[in-house]
Design a protein around this ligand. Structure first.
Ligand code: NDP
Length: 477
């Protein structure tokens, strides 16, 4: 099997190999991928540093052309790349293709942004002096990504970094190197000069740590767990560099008595369980008022019983496997903890056997949960959700906000008054009304507050905030 190598200074470089295993069929090896060394990461950072002066001064047409070509190739290969994604991560083929299309849209958006770079001019308070406000690229950006969105998250970090004139060192999660390698290969062939984009696959504790400890990086953008995010923050403070963190969530979905029941069930089942619940925006706390509670639980349970959990690549599968054995253990541990804490497991929670050996888990729904239980406070990151019964809207809002996280929050209601009040008062970066908490657009800001995120927003025009540094120039002419 051919080894997919790391890209350092424009050259494909080998090294130790690690097998990429399909969670829907653990006998299926998706490919062999290089496991970079600490020295590889040092070399990649040096290459990105050397490439920065020329790339930061490159023309906007060159940047536009490379990003557009990348978008076009990703879109043309959406079925193949979507299948690769599903095969290595376990989300269904429809979800894999959808995520791939989104990656193409992100590159397309930033290809356009390269042509729209602009500043401001304004008069000084001192006569005769003019002021220009412009944005400079930062320098070398370190990109660290998680396993759950193997093509979209790399796309939404790499595209703006390059668009605004930065050079990049990219370390994807070791569990999903396939999509990462594919988009780096596409960008490289699209004409990026040597060293502008470097890929170092490998263990976070080895190559990722070198990135954190390097004084040569001007910024690190990270998506992943809260624990690793804290390491990124501490190391970045030490090196006086910019950093951006997107971490976990414990996202609430409030369902009020006046909700459209069918729509609420759809929004909750989608938000809690699709993509195997492995989304930072998943609604793991379903906060439901008394009047609709029993009808809601019955309808969700019925809907869950109709879902097909099977091989991600199989036609008709609604929910694919959990990503790997250790995530499976984490999910099962929390299912046990929930029961011990006194919550009632009303549906799912058990392992399933399918034609191919994989990590199949029937989506688990708890009722009688309280917001103080560990299953309501800690991120599980699997197909597990809890229903928390509340008496009215006020208690629902207070419960929604009683968390250390603040990424996405939703409400299902037909009341304009409650929807409006919720949008204004819920402590989250993204608010959904009658729409699932997960599933966001590519052209608008993404991010949260409290323990979920730190730094400026990702995606859309707001991405410029992280990937550039504002300069104010005064000229007496
Ligand atoms: P991790 O924090 O374990 O890993 C994230 C990335 O950090 C991986 O590439 C990992 O490498 C790397 N890493 C690990 N240790 C270090 C280190 N010491 N130095 C530098 N890099 C390191 O998270 P997961 O991959 O397990 O992702 C799941 C988590 O991500 C969930 O908690 C989820 O909520 C969160 N997430 C948040 C999102 C958001 O936008 N808020 C979006 C998606 C996920 P490796 O895997 O190779 O060890």
């Amino acid at each position: 099997m051919a080894l997919h190598q790391n890209l350092i200074a424009g050259e494909w470089v080998g090294g130790d190999a690690i097998a990429n295993i399909n969670p829907s069929d653990t006998n299926d090896v998706v490919g062999e991928y290089a496991r970079g060394s600490a020295q590889d990461m040092q070399d990649a950072i040096a290459a990105a540093k050397a490439a920065f002066p020329a790339w930061s001064r490159s023309g906007i047409l060159e940047r536009h052309a490379i990003l557009k070509k990348t978008a076009d190739e990703i879109l043309a290969r959406k079925d193949e790349l979507g299948a690769l994604l599903s095969r290595e991560e376990g989300k269904t083929l429809a979800e894999g293709i959808g995520e791939t299309i989104r990656a193409a849209q992100i590159f397309d958006f930033f290809a356009g942004e390269a042509l729209r770079l602009a500043g401001e001019t304004l008069p000084s308070v001192r006569p005769g002096i003019g002021i220009e406000i412009t944005r400079d690229p930062l320098g070398v950006i370190g990109i660290i990504t998680p396993w759950n969105f193997p093509i979209a998250i790399p796309a939404w970090k790499i595209a703006p970094a390059l668009c605004y004139g930065n050079t990049v060192v990219f370390k994807p999660a070791e569990l999903v190197p396939g999509c990462a390698w594919a988009i780096v290969d596409i960008l490289n062939r699209a004409g990026l000069p040597k060293g502008v984009l470097n890929l170092v696959m490998g263990k976070g504790s080895v190559v990722g740590q070198v990135m954190l400890d390097s004084p040569l990086l001007s910024g690190i953008t990270f998506t992943g767990s809260t624990g690793t995010g804290k390491r990124v923050a501490l190391a970045s403070v030490e090196h006086n560099r910019k950093y951006q963190l997107e971490m976990g969530g414990k996202n609430p979905m409030v369902v009020l008595d006046d909700a459209d029941l069918a729509n609420a069930v759809e929004a909750c089942v989608n938000g809690s369980f699709f993509s195997t619940g492995q989304r930072c925006t998943a609604s793991s706390r379903l906060i439901v008022t008394e009047g609709i509670h029993d009808r809601f639980v019955a309808a969700v349970t019925e809907r869950l019983n109709g879902l097909v959990i099977d091989n991600a690549l199989k036609a008709g599968t609604h929910i694919g496997p959990v990503v790997d054995a250790s995530q499976m253990k984490q999910d099962e541990d929390y299912i046990e903890i929930g029961q011990k804490e006194g919550a009632k497991l009303v549906s799912g929670g058990e392992r399933l056997n399918r034609e191919t050996p994989g990590f199949y888990l029937k989506p688990a729904l708890f009722t009688e949960a309280t917001n103080q239980m560990r299953i309501s406070r800690e991120e599980i990151f699997g197909p597990v959700a809890s229903v928390i019964r509340v008496k009215d809207y006020d208690e629902a809002l207070a419960t929604a906000n009683d968390t250390t996280f603040g990424l996405s929050a939703g409400i299902c209601t037909t009341s304009l008054k409650h929807a409006t009040h919720f949008k204004r008062n819920v402590e989250a970066g993204m608010v959904m009304v009658n729409v699932a908490t997960a599933g966001v657009d590519f052209h608008v800001p993404f991010g949260g507050r409290k323990g979920s995120s730190f730094g400026s927003r990702e995606q859309g025009k707001y991405a410029a905030e992280f990937y550039t540094s504002v300069k104010t120039s005064y000229t007496l002419a």
